[in-house]
Ligand binder design. Structure first.
Ligand SMILES: NC(=O)c1ccc[n+]([C@@H]2O[C@H](COP(=O)([O-])OP(=O)(O)OC[C@H]3O[C@@H](n4cnc5c(N)ncnc54)[C@H](O)[C@@H]3O)[C@@H](O)[C@H]2O)c1
Length: 716
């Protein structure tokens, strides 16, 4: 053994080839500070060993290196610039040491080699991967750029335009695509990996592979003629701006770094990368995106833990084959749990199956599925008009019309057909889970399972714990949601549960602005372009449906009369009363049609302005900051109330609910991250300026206290 630590072992193989094996104690290899220090020490031992003639990097895990240890990032990035620069420089010195070894080097890669893992293999002269490998640089998705030489070595290996595409998209790459552009030298079967790598090293040693030339290329300026460089970088900037937009600066920074460093040798190019890395690491966007990544891990780990208590779900059923029931059936079947879809009307069943077939047809057309898989998924959905079909179901999801009496009857009926330990969940969006539980003989087997529309696209499922729901019930529904590929968050029962409870105060803020003469299209523009929502409030109401919005708003007003009760008509009432239901009947705040190419189109409709001005008078202009404050303050305070009341268990789950459930701008990280970023005291001062607008604008005592103590919602 040449070297050994808890994360890395180095041994000498035949022919004096050293094998450096990443073998961390956890389930995967990560580039944490310990591994980096260990790699440094291992390379020193290799250099000192006079026998070594070549080096092969390998992994003893099912993946090579998943990347840097992101759990270290937030605290690391809070350090001052000089400390951060020292960290980056030290890391780069290790990668340079690897690259500068006086003999040929190769990486034999299995599984994932992402971020720092990919940057490691870029530092070796050769790369061979197995057929299951995925490589790539996902850093820009976290609001930063590669910081261990990724922006320097990759463009010099695969060309600037390919490298910019890889870096700015942050996507994982498949072996065949990586081979095509020259990012790797060979793809082999997993069982041949090490033997192939050793064979390539031998070819390097006997001179049939010119490893020195490859190394020199990586260390030299990028060979790009002036005109070509101009084309490449200006095209990349245009693309990046249209895809990432102004709220996500990292992809553009990556293009700039590659451009600025194009004429430089490795060491100077690394300095350019390091400066840009440090600048981005300090941005609020990076903190928010890293926060989302960590929250996502936290929520998934919690779901996994819950899985231990869960009952097996081998057969499911959904009641109601409407928009939601059809979507739930498709999602369950496509992720491998067969499902019975029960309705009272044959046409509804036909429609539900058609919906599933439509989604699958699009996937086949886009090459994401095959006709065989499509047939298999459809075969996993059993339509039925008869309750007898649900009798072997381990879980039944009720998704019939939103009517308390109908749901109560249906739930009581279900209980007569299923086994004693089957779990029953309701997809209701507004009816109290505690109320619905009263229709069941065994309320402990019941909870809410609130999907979002369209089911196959929306990542969140809100799982609502009623007073009587058992832990096994919650765990089983959590595990089923995870198996369906969704992110579950568990919340306690209250009107609107979590997501709708905080969404309707935002709509109330919007309606308040309209009642004072604001132009809904102007509000949408500010909330989309400046705040960063995927849709402004008027557009979102049109998508949700004004009938649904009108009904849910009444439920919220009844549940929280002090804050959400209304005097007089608001914009939602006006749209609803005038049968402007939104996209579903092609007119809401906006008018909807299809253009000549058959693409859906959204237009300003003078009729909605006439209806609104008849009630609220002439249009009036509002400042952007005012629009944002009036819409967002109610949502933010209500979200905090949900935490204080224990409706959500943690800021992490609240923020994930908002990002995954309603598209809260990821670069802001969610309400709690947003509050921490702006400072709770600053928020309280802002909200106080609007307190005269009513209960939705009044901060809680706990918020005031947190502000006074200069506290935050997240600890890191
Ligand atoms: N549409 C959404 O955006 C959305 C989002 C989340 C939750 N939800 C909730 O999901 C549920 C269903 O909503 P939807 O939009 O799919 O409604 P929908 O009107 O499209 O479908 C309801 C289906 O239930 C069927 N049905 C009625 N009575 C039944 C019975 N006794 N047994 C079996 N089937 C019966 C109807 O025939 C219809 O096919 C509602 O509780 C709704 O609040 C809807």
């Amino acid at each position: 053994m040449i070297y050994q630590s808890p994360t890395i072992q180095v041994e000498l193989l035949e022919d004096n080839i050293a094998k450096l094996c990443f073998n961390a104690q956890g389930s995967v290899n990560k580039f944490d500070r310990e591994t980096l220090a260990s790699l440094d020490a291992a390379l020193d031992s290799i250099k000192q060993n006079t026998k070594v003639k070549a080096l092969m990097l390998t992994s003893a895990k099912s993946t090579f290196i998943v990347g840097a240890d992101i759990t270290e990032f937030l605290s690391l990035f809070k350090q001052d610039d000089a400390t951060l620069l020292t960290w980056v420089e030290q890391a780069n010195a290790v990668f340079n040491k690897l690259e500068d070894l006086p003999f040929p080097t190769i990486s034999a890669v299995n599984g994932f080699a992402l971020g720092g893992g990919f940057e490691t293999i870029l530092a070796t002269d050769l790369r061979v991967v197995d057929t299951n490998t995925r490589i790539g640089l996902p850093e820009t998705k976290l609001g930063i750029i590669p910081g261990f030489g990724g922006t320097v070595r990759l463009p010099r290996i695969i060309g600037a335009d390919n490298a910019l595409e890889w870096i700015t998209s942050g996507k994982d790459q498949r072996p065949a695509d990586a081979l095509k552009v020259g990012a790797i030298d060979a793809v082999v079967a997993p069982e041949d990996l090490e033997a192939s790598a050793i064979q390539m090293l031998k070819e390097a040693l006997d001179g049939s592979i010119d490893w020195q030339a490859r190394r020199t290329l990586k260390q030299s300026p990028l060979m790009l003629p002036k005109l070509e460089a101009l084309m490449c970088f200006s095209t990349a900037k245009g693309m990046v701006f249209s895809v990432a937009g102004k709220h996500y600066p990292a992809p553009m920074a990556a293009v700039n770094v590659v451009e600025q460093a194009a004429g430089l040798g490795r060491d100077d190019a690394l300095k350019v990368e390091a400066q840009a890395f440090i600048k981005l690491a300090k941005t609020e966007v990076a903190q928010a995106l890293i926060g989302i990544f960590l929250n996502d891990q936290y929520v998934k780990a919690k779901a996994k833990k819950a899985g231990k208590l869960a009952h097996d779900v081998n057969q499911a059923a959904v009641l109601g084959a409407g928009i939601m029931g059809g979507g739930i059936a498709y999602q369950s079947a496509s992720k491998g749990t067969p499902i019975v879809m029960k309705d009272i009307a044959q046409p509804a069943l036909d429609l539900g199956l058609n919906e599933a077939a439509k989604i699958l047809t699009v996937q086949v057309a886009r090459g994401r599925s095959t006709p065989e898989k499509m047939a298999k998924v459809l075969n996993h959905i059993t339509p039925s008009l008869d309750y007898a079909a649900i009798k072997n179901s381990d879980i039944v999801v009720e998704a019939v019309v939103e009517h308390p009496k109908v749901k109560a009857t249906v739930l009581a009926e279900v209980e007569q057909y299923v086994s004693e330990d089957a779990i029953i969940a309701s997809n209701t969006s507004t009816i109290s889970i505690n109320l619905l539980a009263k229709s069941l003989k065994k309320p402990e087997r019941f909870c809410g399972m609130h999907f979002f529309n369209p089911v196959h696209k929306m990542p969140l499922v809100e799982i609502i714990r009623g007073e009587r729901s058992s832990e096994e019930t919650i765990a089983t529904v959590v595990a089923y949601a995870s198996k369906m590929g969704k992110t579950p968050i568990v919340v306690n029962d209250c009107p609107g549960f979590f997501v709708n409870r905080v969404l309707f105060p935002y709509f109330a803020g919007f309606s308040g602005l309209l009642a004072e003469g604001a132009d809904f299209a102007a509000v949408d523009k500010v909330m989309e372009k400046q705040f960063g929502w995927p849709m402004g409030p008027a557009y979102l109401l049109d998508v949700v449906g004004l009938d649904t919005g009108h009904h849910a708003q009444a439920v919220m007003a009844e549940g929280f009369p002090d804050r959400m009760g209304k005097n007089g008509k608001d914009a939602i009432d006006i749209m609803f009363e005038n049968k402007r239901l939104g996209q579903k009947n092609a007119k809401g705040f906006y008018a909807y049609s299809v253009d000549r190419r058959g693409k859906p189109k959204k237009d300003i409709d003078p009729v909605s302005y006439e209806l609104l001005s008849a009630e609220f008078g002439e249009l009036k202009a509002f400042e952007s900051d005012d629009i944002i404050a009036r819409c967002m303050i109610p949502m933010i305070i209500e979200t905090v109330r949900c935490l204080e009341e224990g409706i959500i268990a943690s800021p992490a789950e609240g923020d994930m609910g908002l990002v995954y459930g309603i598209g809260f701008p990821p670069f802001r990280g969610g309400v709690f991250r947003y509050l921490d970023t702006m400072g709770v005291a600053n928020f309280v001062a802002l909200a106080d300026k609007y307190a005269h607008l009513g209960g939705l604008y009044q901060v809680t005592d706990a918020m005031r206290e947190l502000a006074a103590n200069n506290g935050s919602y997240y600890q890191a």
